[in-house]
Design a protein. Structure first.
Length: 257
């Protein structure tokens, strides 16, 4: 069920809705047959979402129309495999339309969106960390780097010289991050440090062995409700669609034998 939602039924609504709202009477006749303007507009809308321009889309559509006419002339639409593909596409379109109709008629309330926002904010880390690291291939190299730091070596210079990670040329600078953005062994070690201190034991992750320097911490600024609205709305729509499908299944008579 969820695979239907994630698989594009709701996403497919976007192109259909765009084409319907922006349909213009663009006359097009191919071999004496008048083409439905909405069909052309839908095709152009789909191409526009892929970065295509209207004129190129027009040429592609004409080529497609010519091939469609040839296929119908040859009665290819009556071939079993072609007929099956057309039926699958018809079913997908109808299923998408049913979900769209339900979701449109059952929009989430502002209260629901704000409750989702508060729940999301509560799960976010309240602290951001600014750190550097030196990534080594083995534990012995990491231990040697820690020894050099203990002797007063510069963390940044050692990172530029020794680190195998992409941040090495920048002195190992990782910028600001929340713990959830890092692999757990790394984030656990960084969170346990005091600002200005480096790890006295190598930290192992799937990327190698790390020596971490925690520079600063600060309270994270949560995203605003409005900035998260599209994400929250999409989540509520998926939830609504899932509940609708559950209701349909529970009220249906289904036999598998």
């Amino acid at each position: 069920m969820n695979s239907l939602i994630r698989g594009g039924l709701i996403a497919a609504f976007a192109i259909t809705g765009y084409a319907t709202a922006h349909a213009q009477q663009t006359p097009l006749t191919v071999n004496g047959e008048q083409v439905d303007p909405l069909m052309l507009q839908s095709f152009q809308a789909a191409r526009a979402q892929q970065g295509g321009d209207p004129q190129t889309a027009m040429e592609e559509f004409i080529s497609q129309e010519l091939l469609v006419q040839e296929a119908i002339k040859a009665k290819l639409d009556q071939e079993p495999d072609v007929a099956l593909t057309l039926e699958i596409q018809r079913r997908n379109t109808l299923a998408s339309a049913a979900l769209r109709d339900y979701v449109d008629k059952h929009p989430p309330t502002e209260e629901a969106l704000k409750a989702d926002y508060e729940a999301a904010i509560a799960e976010m880390s309240g602290t951001e960390y600014k750190a550097r690291h030196i990534l080594l291939e083995n534990q012995d190299d990491a231990v040697a780097v820690i020894a050099s730091l203990d002797d007063g070596a510069s963390f940044e210079e050692l990172a530029k010289e020794k680190s195998t990670g992409p941040s090495g040329p920048d002195g190992g600078d990782l910028g600001w991050f929340t713990p959830d953005r890092m692999v757990k062994p790394f984030s656990d070690a960084a969170v346990a440090l005091e600002p200005g201190k480096y790890s006295t034991e190598p930290v192992q992750t799937q990327f190698g062995w790390h020596v971490i320097l925690l520079e600063e911490t600060r309270e994270a600024e949560p995203p605003t409700f409005e900035s998260m609205r599209p994400e929250l709305l999409a989540a509520e729509q998926r939830k609504s669609a899932t509940e609708y499908l559950t209701e349909l299944r529970e009220s249906a008579e289904i036999e598998t034998e």
